[in-house]
Design a protein around this ligand. Sequence first.
Ligand SMILES: Nc1ncnc2c1ncn2[C@@H]1O[C@H](COP(=O)(O)OP(=O)(O)OP(=O)(O)O)[C@@H](O)[C@H]1O
Ligand SMILES: [Mg+2]
Length: 274
Amino acid sequence: MASKKPVQVIAVTSGKGGVGKTNVSVNLSLAMVAAGQNVLLLDADLGLANVDLLLGLRAEKNLSHVISGERTLEEVIIKTPQGLNIIPAASGMQMMSELDPAQHAGVIRAFSDLSLSVDALVIDTAAGISDGVVSFVKASNEVVVVVCNEPTSLTDAYALIKVMSEDHGVYKFNILANSVRDPLEGVKLFKKLTRVTDHYLDVTLNFMGAVPYDEYLVKAVKKQQAVMQSYPQSPSSIAFRKLAKTAISWKLPQSASGHLEFFVERLIKFSAAG
Ligand SMILES: Nc1ncnc2c1ncn2[C@@H]1O[C@H](COP(=O)(O)OP(=O)(O)OP(=O)(O)O)[C@@H](O)[C@H]1O
Ligand SMILES: [Mg+2]
């Protein structure tokens, strides 16, 4: 069965809002698709700047309709012309903690019945450290923390890393510097963050790379398109392709728990735990 293989589950988070999570999630996913991966992008943010909005798509149905049994998972997935599969945002994301056992089983079955082949599941999380964000991060295999050169971005990233490590047993984070003005700025941000985490926390931070500040990305957002789509040769698109290579090189979960339906099982378990 297609879903019975390890899936790389990557949560994109930041602590602070507006630093570029959705753009990173969408463009990283598109770059991974361009590199030959089968990618499923889960929009786990109920905010306004949704994945479907960024891509100019209109989602009619979402995960809540899968939970209620009205639709199969395949029916709610939107496939972009590039071949990226998207599960639209749903109030179902919040309902995860309120599911009865039959609904739990239904959601897990929906994922294990998915005949779509998936190499990676990328999750665009909401800003902040809500219970929802925590459970997505905990259920993932790799966590990408997006930071940018604003004082509150680093402090919010630090707060997120502190809570995830001290309260939830997540110790490994990939730091992605977004909107950098020069190539050194990303490394500097990373060093600034590790100086504090090395001192106060028991965590491992890995520098994933940087995405430059890019007017083309802003232009693309205005057109409701991903920069990877409309300006594939722009500086940020080049950076996203490099980041995709890095993400593809990450080790896949080896145990049975690395399969897609187990991700959903963990997600439900962590949601219920709050
Ligand atoms: N590399 C970049 N270069 C230029 N502008 C950028 C870049 N990344 C993000 N932006 C700007 O920041 C805005 C917010 O980005 P995005 O919606 O991806 O952030 P977010 O973290 O998902 O926000 P939220 O917390 O609201 O979900 C974009 O619309 C764009 O204008
Ligand atoms: Mg967003």
